[in-house]
Design a protein around this ligand. Structure first.
Ligand code: ATP
Ligand code: MG
Length: 212
């Protein structure tokens, strides 16, 4: 029997309930064997990382957030010394290593909307099932239309994750921490304790501090 493994990729800066609920819902809806939480590498030259969590801190936050869930697993597949990895390459590597596994790549609607700007969308569609969740109060019909269009264009297997709109983002959490507002319940408590302990996001540069 083939294995079904979910991939929840992200910057996780920090990880929040949106990511965790997506992983859990995909696990259940698609009867997955497990879900890999895969923090993406962040090469210093690519992004302004001022005031943000380091790679090690992002990894530790993911580790803490998923510790109590037996079918969640941390994967450092996209964490390399040299920084960045493309999804296509990651999927190619995994499918070579584990040919008896079907991968379910989980993402929010914002990611699906800009999916065609990703490197090699056609190849990504060949290598995995994509699972997309509604986000940012996007009308459901808009997500449905995008799924139908991409399925047709790339002969893809994109499916909708049955989750409610989870109105939260890492961006908002970072701002709340910087402003001293409570993020309780939006972020697992062990992660919040770590953010506090390491004083992460306390000093965001002012231009990154405005609300979305
Ligand atoms: P940031 O605000 O820094 O962009 P984020 O909240 O979007 O952070 P990411 O790490 O960028 O989190 O997201 C990883 C994946 O999880 C993306 O595919 C994104 O669409 C999805 N995602 C994150 N939060 C949600 C949410 N609340 N609802 C649905 N999908 C989400
Ligand atoms: Mg994002």
């Amino acid at each position: 029997m083939r294995k079904r493994v979910g991939i929840m990729g992200g910057t996780f800066d920090p990880i929040h309930i949106g990511h965790l609920i997506l992983g859990e819902s995909a696990y259940q809806q698609f009867e997955l064997h497990k879900v890999l939480f895969m923090p993406s590498g962040n090469p210093p030259h690519k992004k302004n990382r001022e005031g943000r969590a380091s790679n090690e801190e992002r990894i530790e936050m993911v580790r803490r957030a998923i510790a109590s869930n037996q079918h969640f697993e941390l994967s450092l597949e996209e964490m390399h010394e040299q920084g960045y990895n493309y999804t296509r390459e990651t999927l190619e590597r995994l499918t070579m290593l584990y040919p008896d596994t079907d991968y379910y790549f989980i993402m929010g609607a914002d990611s699906l909307l800009n999916f065609e700007t990703w490197k090699d969308p056609q190849e990504i569609c060949r290598l995995c099932v994509i699972v997309a969740a509604v986000r940012d109060c996007m009308p459901m019909h808009q997500l449905d239309e995008q799924i139908a269009r991409l399925n047709e264009k790339y002969c893809a297997d994109i499916r909708k994750l049955e989750t409610p709109n989870l109105d939260i983002s890492s961006h908002v959490i970072r701002n709340w921490v910087a402003e001293g507002k409570s993020c309780r319940y939006y972020v697992p408590k062990d992660v919040l304790a770590y953010i506090e302990e390491r004083k992460i996001y306390r000093n965001l540069p002012p231009d990154m501090c405005e609300s979305e």
